[in-house]
Design a protein around this ligand. Structure first.
Ligand SMILES: CC(C)(COP(=O)(O)OP(=O)(O)OC[C@H]1O[C@@H](n2cnc3c(N)ncnc32)[C@H](O)[C@@H]1OP(=O)(O)O)[C@@H](O)C(=O)NCCC(=O)NCCS
Length: 184
């Protein structure tokens, strides 16, 4: 089971073992840039072995409707990630969205293109009703991107995520699908 979505400039898809060098290059080159926004990364995160296990688990997690982890590709280069975490069915049909882009690719509308593809898939194929995305108040680029995509601010969570060695407040936002129909 895999997911591959084609945009005008990028491809958004799950990773395969052949992509591991490109995934490692993305995370190594952007380590300092992504550090303020990402969980603390242990040294093992930057190894081929970690990513072999992780890509296997990504497939298992999608089969079990736990998460969908996608990479943004420009040809064979990984330039970012889009992650739908904590997929919940039942009365909820929601998840949490996370994303990050290579520093040198900011300001070109590439994350917007990737999220347009990913959100359409999440609503139409995963049948989600609500996608939640949260950002630190000073993350101007992330807040602007979510606003342009139609996400609505719903609240403010103190000490929401432990990032870069500190608990960080977050603005809580979400996008819902008004055309949602019960599956089946
Ligand atoms: C948040 C993040 C993904 C935003 O990236 P981005 O490139 O600004 O996002 P977009 O794809 O929406 O691009 C918008 C920018 O591209 C510009 N742009 C250029 N060509 C464009 C096009 N064809 N279409 C749309 N926008 C275009 C826009 O004018 C805008 O620039 P501006 O913000 O300087 O005004 C990126 O800053 C990032 O990865 N940050 C670090 C990790 C992070 O913060 N993750 C999220 C944690 S909540």
């Amino acid at each position: 089971m895999t997911v591959e979505l084609q945009g005008a400039r990028i491809t958004l898809r799950m990773g395969t073992p052949a992509d591991i060098p490109a995934i490692l290059a993305y995370y190594r080159e952007n380590e300092a840039f992504l550090k303020p926004w990402d969980p603390v990364r242990l040294a093992i995160f930057y190894t081929e072995g970690y990513w072999r296990d992780r890509l296997y688990m990504d497939e298992e997690d999608l089969k079990a409707f736990r998460s969908l982890h996608l990479f943004i590709f420009e040809r064979s280069e990984v330039i970012g990630v889009v992650n739908f975490n904590g997929l919940v069915q039942g009365a909820a049909w929601y998840c949490n969205l996370g994303y990050g882009l290579a520093e040198k690719r900011e300001g070109q509308g590439l994350m917007r293109e990737a999220l347009d593809l990913g959100l359409t898939y999440a609503f139409n194929e995963l049948k989600l009703h609500r996608i939640q995305a949260n950002y630190m108040p000073h993350n101007r680029r992330s807040g602007g991107l979510l606003r342009r995509l139609g996400f609505v601010v719903e609240g403010y969570a103190r000490d929401y995520l432990y990032l870069n060695g500190a608990w960080e407040d977050h603005v809580l936002t979400s996008l819902t699908n008004p055309r949602w129909l019960p599956p089946g």
